[in-house]
Design a binder for this molecule. Structure first.
Ligand SMILES: Cc1cc2nc3c(=O)[nH]c(=O)nc-3n(C[C@H](O)[C@H](O)[C@H](O)COP(=O)(O)OP(=O)(O)OC[C@H]3O[C@@H](n4cnc5c(N)ncnc54)[C@H](O)[C@@H]3O)c2cc1C
Length: 545
């Protein structure tokens, strides 16, 4: 088999047309090609060299694969307009005309060849390419490097595609779990509605039918490093929201709360007397469209029973987080206790669900309506402190009993780290357990407002724990004056603020007392919904969820 130069030959358009239509002229052209090669060989012209080895200069495996599969790989000669095709054994490629039109090409017998497709992948040959002037060793090295880079590019592309597909699969799994939960919820609602229809058909009185609570739908993140917050009242939610702003992407904030809803307890005393708003005192932590905590952080419905060794807590029920199987144990990188205190009703509602809270408040309203005399026992700001305020600190009793003070409150350092009195307990807590809000003996008054500053400080200190910083670098808390907003009768309220206090306990000035006429009986509860779940409650029935 003879090798012809991988170079285009300029043909006159008229001649090419004749060649295509006249077989004898085409055969003549084949002979012309033979002569050209013989002449080139005789003169030592490099275009007459063999094409062997040209494959090595392909742009990586993909081009080679195409050629092996019989797909022509284009090979424009330097003077062509890019529409030529690869020169193979015995081939003479026709070049472009000055008008850019395409000519046919002919084999050694003068038969016209089929034109190569436009826009094919290019393959340069070293006879005509940029490597022509190099010695063979350099050419080989450059080719090898080129092939290596091409193979690397191909591997990178595949790895990126693989990652993308993995992420997609994860998203789909997550979506699937959420949809499953929603499906379960809707199935339950359908069952409830069927129950109501049956009851109505059986002649049940209409006031026996109550609105069914929508279950809290947990969001399902896929992270596996948890910062656990126990308690989702004013302080627990404040610290969780602060944490969601400052921890980086690999951590998930998991809030564990034993109640089904956030309870706006400032309003409990009024709603225990004034009817029609009691359902609004309980706000769902999340619905299928809204959540009190931004994704991927999550509020789980469970009660924390105790701390376990190796940075875990024990729950009263199994919870499911996507990256781990359902479990009653929850591992943490840092733990924040915002478990508050237990008051007598109406300070703390009996039971843990909205239905039980609503039932209690309605019962209290009925009792007040029928009462001839009412006796208030207790002289605290809300008339309940004398009835007992029990700190929810018992979950520390397994791992660190010495950090529970005789009063039941948790001893903390100024940086709000739980502070046991024994070295072994300190080691067991690992310098990563914080307490704040009403349950902590921080020197602050037992009120929600001062604890918001504590929440900011604890979130910053948690980040320092995660970064492995020493506790000496932690920010410390200085108590601020107390303030309280109390209901007075059906429409009025009073805001009381203490002046600043010196370290020795001296007051610097007089307390501020602001009387307010709320102008309504609901204590602005709809505004609380809007702040907690922006944009969610639009219709009256939404406040019943
Ligand atoms: C009638 C009334 C009016 C008030 N008005 C004001 C006011 O105007 N301004 C003000 O600043 N303060 C006010 N306060 C005080 C304020 O309500 C408390 O200081 C505040 O609620 C403390 O918040 P906390 O998050 O620390 O604890 P809590 O509100 O007691 O919340 C603790 C949370 O932890 C949960 N929890 C407890 N143990 C566990 C467990 N083991 N597992 C899971 N979850 C658990 C509880 O269910 C609860 O949701 C008022 C209090 C009352 C009673």
């Amino acid at each position: 088999m003879q090798h012809l130069p991988s170079r285009s030959i300029e043909l006159d358009p008229a001649l090419a047309q004749m060649a295509a239509s006249a077989p004898d002229l085409a055969a003549g052209l084949g002979a012309y090609a033979d002569q050209f090669e013989a002449l080139a060989r005789a003169s030592g012209n490099p275009f007459a060299q063999s094409n062997a080895g040209a494959d090595a200069e392909e742009e990586g495996g993909q081009a080679r694969g195409e050629e092996q599969a019989g797909i022509p790989v284009g090979s424009p000669a330097p003077e062509s307009n890019g529409h030529g095709h690869a020169a193979t054994d015995g081939d003479v490629s026709a070049g472009s005309s000055t008008t850019g039109g395409q000519f046919g090409s002919f084999d050694a017998t003068g038969q016209p060849r089929q034109a190569a497709p436009r826009g094919g992948r290019t393959k340069s040959t070293y006879q005509t390419g940029a490597l022509a002037g190099l010695n063979p060793a350099d050419r080989t090295n450059i080719r090898k490097e080129r092939n290596r880079l091409a193979a690397q590019r191909s591997r990178d592309r595949k790895a990126a595609e693989f990652e993308r597909l993995e992420r997609l699969a994860e998203d789909k799994t997550q979506e699937n779990s959420i949809l499953q939960k929603e499906l379960e919820m809707y199935k339950k609602r359908v069952k409830d509605l069927e129950e109501i229809v049956r009851a109505l058909q059986a002649g049940a009185p209409v006031n026996n039918i109550h609105i069914v609570d929508e279950p809290v739908l947990p969001q399902l993140p896929t992270l596996d490093k948890n910062i656990v917050v126990v308690g989702a009242s004013y302080v627990g939610l404040a610290v969780a929201n602060e944490l969601s702003k400052v921890v980086d992407g690999e951590y998930r904030v998991v809030v564990v709360e034993k109640n089904s809803h956030f309870g706006h307890l400032f309003a409990y005393p009024r709603f225990a007397i004034s009817p029609s708003h009691e359902h609004a005192a309980f706000i769902p932590f999340s619905t299928s469209s809204h959540s009190m905590l931004p994704s991927p952080h999550v509020i789980m419905h469970a009660s924390a029973l105790s701390l376990l060794p190796s940075n875990r807590i024990l729950l009263d029920r199994s919870i499911s987080l996507p990256s781990s199987p359902p479990s009653t144990e929850l591992a943490y990188e840092a733990l924040v206790l915002a478990t508050g205190t237990k008051l007598s009703p109406p300070g703390t509602m009996p039971g843990g669900s909205k239905a039980e809270g609503v039932e209690y408040l309605r019962g209290s309203q009925g009792a007040m309506r029928e009462a001839k005399r009412v006796v208030i026992v207790g002289g605290g700001a809300v008339g309940i402190h004398a009835l007992g305020q029990t700190p929810n600190s018992s979950l520390l009793s397994t791992l660190s009993p010495s950090s529970i003070l005789p009063s039941g409150y948790i001893r903390v350092t100024p940086a709000l780290l739980v502070s046991p009195s024994s070295a072994s307990e300190t080691a067991a807590l690992g310098g990563r357990v914080f307490a704040l809000g009403d349950v902590a003996e921080s020197g602050a008054p037992k009120a929600a407002r001062p604890a918001l500053e504590q929440a900011r400080i604890v979130a910053g200190n948690v980040v320092k724990v995660l970064q492995g910083q020493e506790s000496e670098s932690f920010e410390t808390y200085t108590p601020t004056p107390a303030a309280i907003h109390l209901t007075l009768g059906f429409r009025e309220s009073v805001i009381f603020r203490n002046p600043p206090q010196s370290a020795s306990g001296e007051w610097d000035g007089e307390p501020v007392v602001l009387w307010k006429d709320d102008g309504r009986e609901d204590m602005g509860i709809r505004g609380v919904w809007e702040r907690r779940l922006p944009g969610f409650a639009k219709r009256e029935e939404d406040y019943h969820l």
